[in-house]
Design a protein around this ligand. Structure first.
Ligand SMILES: [Fe+2]
Ligand SMILES: [Fe+2]
Length: 166
C-alpha cells in the first residue's frame, strides 16, 4: 500500500514538471504563526506543509481515494506525535486549561477518522480539506495560541526544561 502510494505521488509530481510552486500555497507561513517554542513551530510547519500539498493536488484535480488515504494516514501519524509533544509541554508548564486542551485534541483525533471515512466513501476531498483548514484556522491559530504565554513563561524560567521535554 505504501509503495503504491509513493509511486502514485511520484507519478503525479512527474506529470507537473513545470508547476509554478509560488501559486500552490494555500497557507503562507508568517512570523505571527510562531509560538516561539521551536519543536511546536517545527511540527506546526509540518502540518501546514501537508495542508499545502493536499490543496495543491486537489486543486489540480489529482485527488482520488488513494490520495485521501495517504493524506489522512500522514495527518493521523503526525497529529498523534504532535499532540503528545504539546501535551507534555503543557503538563510541565502546569497550563491551567490543560484538560480542555487535551479534550480538543481528542475531538480532532476523532474527527480525522470521520472525515477520512467520508472523503474515501464519497470520493470527495472536501471533508478532509475542511478538516485541515479548521485545524489550521481554529486550533493552531486560536486554541494553541492561548497556551503560548504559559509556555513562554516556563521557557523564561527554565529553558533547559523545554529542551529536555522536546
Ligand atoms: Fe498544535
Ligand atoms: Fe493543540
Amino acid at each position: 500500500m505504501l509503495r503504491q502510494s509513493v509511486s502514485y505521488l511520484r507519478y503525479q509530481a512527474g506529470s507537473e514538471d513545470k508547476m509554478d510552486l509560488s501559486k500552490t500555497l494555500f497557507i503562507k507561513w508568517q512570523e505571527c504563526n510562531d509560538t516561539g517554542i521551536a519543536l511546536v513551530d517545527e511540527q506546526h510547519r509540518g502540518i501546514v506543509s501537508i495542508i499545502n500539498s493536499f490543496y495543491c493536488l486537489t486543486e489540480r484535480g489529482m485527488g482520488n481515494t488513494m490520495l485521501y488515504s495517504v493524506i489522512s494516514d500522514t495527518v493521523k501519524n503526525y497529529s498523534r506525535i504532535h499532540f503528545i509533544t504539546e501535551e507534555r509541554f503543557l503538563k510541565a508548564a502546569e497550563y491551567p486549561d490543560f484538560e480542555q486542551h487535551v479534550e480538543l485534541h481528542r475531538e480532532l483525533t476523532w474527527e480525522i477518522e470521520h472525515v477520512e471515512y467520508v472523503s474515501i466513501v464519497e470520493n470527495d476531498p472536501r471533508p478532509l480539506m475542511e478538516f485541515l483548514k479548521k485545524w489550521w484556522l481554529e486550533h493552531i491559530n486560536e486554541q494553541d495560541m492561548n497556551y503560548v504565554p504559559c509556555l513562554q513563561a516556563m521557557k523564561d524560567r527554565d529553558c533547559k526544561k523545554i529542551k529536555t521535554l522536546g
